[in-house]
Write a protein that binds this ligand. Structure first.
Ligand code: SAM
Ligand code: SF4
Ligand code: FES
Length: 348
């Protein structure tokens, strides 16, 4: 096991079976986390990039089995923020010191191309980077948003197991998900993707495939987190993902994609009260604090136990600053784009 960890740390390449061996092993997790922390420091440094997250609509036309926002869930209070309110929140995010605003929602057709273009171009005037996380769209739509100024896009592949994907995302096709990711890449977005960990029927082999897929598609950002069962979904009785296995997948991703941005995800902190700081010390270098206001936070109910639902944007901002400072890390003042670095350029 030590040899595989050293190989990953020094060459950033592993065969599928080696990744499976790391995932299956319980005796060397601390060594994996420590190696990922060293690689993180060597490639992307000690600074943490903050992204202000605006959850602007919880209305969704899709029906993903794992997600509380799925269209068949009648127990969720639906909301949509008006364009001016979204722009206003982005302005506040900038005042809180965020250099990136992430606009996230269900797949909500209310926001037409024209509306989204307006929102994006107004927010871009603030001088912040804009990340979109609004689901599957046509190539033309992605092109329009890019032209309006969007810099990055987050679209998790969720799982590279095609059959599992299509089973859990009824009406959606794995092929189209791939098409979206390729379009986003070729349109010049910084590309973010990722997977859920602990989906029913997911194997270690398929998680290893996910990690190799992230390398192959040359993602700029990978967000992974445990699947947390939601009682209002068909997967209410599923076991869900564990904190340590999610952390391990994340750490292996840092070892194999050393110069990318990796968030310490909210779902990690839902399972462990110190989850994001542990993630920052196991390979992550990004945190996405919530800037959504009022009841909307509670209504953006992907899974139970979501953190910060009773807090204000100001509380989250000062809370996260305190936590990051307490582990001896600094907060970046830049936009936090990926700075590509090969092992050679890194002096390895
Ligand atoms: N609708 C867009 C999409 O699906 O790409 C963006 C919003 S969606 C709520 C963002 C992410 O939430 C999904 O990619 C999924 O991985 C995650 N998610 C949904 N349900 C979850 C659950 N029960 N546990 C953990 N993460 C979940
Ligand atoms: Fe909608 Fe995204 Fe939830 Fe699927 S994961 S139901 S697309 S919000
Ligand atoms: Fe929201 Fe700590 S980040 S209260």
């Amino acid at each position: 096991m030590a040899a595989i960890i050293a190989k990953a740390e020094n060459t950033h390449k592993l065969a599928k079976q080696e990744i499976v061996a790391l995932l299956a092993d319980d005796a060397h997790t601390q060594e994996i986390f420590a190696a990922a922390d060293r690689v993180r420091r060597r490639y992307v440094g000690d600074e943490v990039h903050l992204r202000g997250l605006i959850e602007f609509s919880n209305t969704c036309r899709q029906n993903c089995h794992y997600c509380g926002l799925r269209r068949d869930n009648t127990n969720v209070v639906r909301y949509r923020m008006e364009p001016d309110a979204i722009i206003d929140l982005a302005r506040k995010a900038k005042e809180y010191g965020y250099r990136t605003v992430v606009l996230q929602s269900g797949e909500d057709p209310y926001y037409t191309v024209d509306i989204l273009r307006h929102i994006i171009s107004e927010i871009k005037k603030l001088g912040v980077a804009v990340t979109l996380s609004i689901g599957e769209k046509s190539r033309d739509e992605y092109a329009a948003y890019r032209q309006a100024g969007a810099d990055r896009y987050l679209l998790r592949i969720e799982t590279t197991d095609r059959l599992l994907y299509e089973d859990l995302d009824p009406g959606m096709s794995f092929e189209n998900r791939l098409r979206c990711l390729r379009d986003l890449r070729s349109l010049g977005y910084e590309l973010g993707t990722g997977c859920l960990i602990g989906l029913p029927g997911q194997t270690l082999e398929s998680l290893a495939d996910d990690i190799l897929f992230f390398q192959e598609i040359d993602a700029d950002m990978i967000g992974v987190g445990p699947f947390i069962p939601n009682p209002d979904t068909p997967l209410a009785a599923a076991a869900g993902g564990a904190f340590t296995s999610s952390l391990k997948v994340m750490a292996i991703i840092r070892l194999l994609l050393p110069d990318i941005n990796i968030p310490a995800t909210t779902a990690m902190e839902t399972l462990d009260k110190n989850g994001r700081m542990i993630a920052l010390q196991s390979g992550a270098n990004v945190v996405m604090p919530n800037v959504t206001e009022g009841d909307y936070r509670r209504h953006y109910a992907l899974y139970p136990g979501k953190i910060c639902v009773g807090d204000t944007p100001a509380q989250c901002r000062s809370c996260i600053t305190g936590k990051i400072t307490a582990i001896g890390r600094g907060i970046s003042t830049g936009h936090g784009f990926r700075l590509r670095k090969t092992a050679q350029e890194n002096g390895e």
